[in-house]
Design a protein around this ligand. Structure first.
Ligand code: ADP
Ligand code: UDP
Length: 237
């Protein structure tokens, strides 16, 4: 599969067209950003670790019957994916309170959310990804009601699979963000599942093993991502 032209350069990944109109090459870069691009850094090895971790997780999700865009790893930092018509909405599930929900609702980080809660955000950096609801999605035509139902259902199914996967290696899945798109009319999980887009805490010590290490200047960012990959059994060689 040949990369032809850069279709889009995001904050952490670049996307290339290929000789197959239905497929894209996704390149995981070392670039790391937080606060809608307000804080930037290049972290050596992060692209490789995230590319391989994502491939591992997507394979687990596919094995559980969740349709994903992942086709195959093609190099340390590149994956071949299905080209989706992305829906500009971020689906977030939270098992434990952290991040923006603490600021918005005045709750303490670490509060157990039972049952887990679900939130929707508009993917728009200029507007700082505002929180939206299903009525906004309907009124602005970002997705149909049926598509929203599928995205929500799939986001919760991902929670069932990944909460257990991480629990088995002594990690709490605190929260995560998913993006979906359409592929020949069907809703498919796109983008990535890595420590860049979720919160993971060591179950014993509650040590943060995710992008909060970068957001909060805790140090050891790549080391934490690598620890997660190693505990999962991802082959980083
Ligand atoms: P951002 O756009 O938030 O800066 P990235 O740097 O991760 O994010 O860029 C990846 C971009 O590719 C995102 O805009 C994402 O919505 C988009 N994307 C992810 N998966 C697919 C896919 N399978 N097909 C088309 N676009 C995708
Ligand atoms: N998230 C993300 N991209 C975004 C916004 C959030 O990957 O543009 C992830 C984030 O890493 C966390 C979850 O979604 O795992 C919930 O994020 P939150 O709303 O708490 O926002 P934050 O405080 O992280 O900006």
């Amino acid at each position: 599969m040949k990369k032809i032209a850069e279709l889009y350069k995001g904050k952490a990944k670049s996307v290339y067209t290929t000789d197959d109109a239905d497929k894209l090459v996704m390149v995981y870069r070392n670039d790391t950003s937080a606060f809608d691009g307000g804080k930037l850094a290049k972290l050596d090895r992060k692209g490789m670790i995230n590319n391989k971790t994502n491939a591992f997780i997507m394979e687990k999700l596919a094995a559980a019957g969740i349709p994903t865009h992942m086709e195959q790893l093609i190099s340390d930092t590149e994956s071949l994916v299905k080209k989706l018509d992305m829906i500009p909405v971020e689906c977030v599930v939270r098992n434990i309170a952290a991040g923006s929900i603490c600021r918005r609702l005045g709750v303490t980080e670490g509060l157990d959310l039972s049952p887990p809660t679900f939130e929707l955000f508009l993917k728009n950096d200029a507007l700082h990804d505002p929180m939206i609801n299903e009525y906004h999605i309907r009124s602005f035509g970002w997705a149909t009601d049926a598509e929203v139902e599928q995205m929500k259902e799939l986001t919760f199914r991902v929670n069932d699979v990944l909460k257990k996967l991480f629990a088995d290696i002594g990690i709490l899945l605190v929260d995560y963000k998913l993006e979906f798109g359409r592929y020949h009319g069907r809703i498919v999980l796109g983008d990535e599942f890595t420590a860049d887009g979720c919160r993971l805490w060591d179950a014993q010590t509650r040590k943060k093993l995710d992008k909060d290490r970068f957001r909060q200047d805790l140090g050891g960012v790549v080391e934490a991502y690598e620890e997660v990959a190693q505990r999962l059994g991802v082959n980083l060689n």
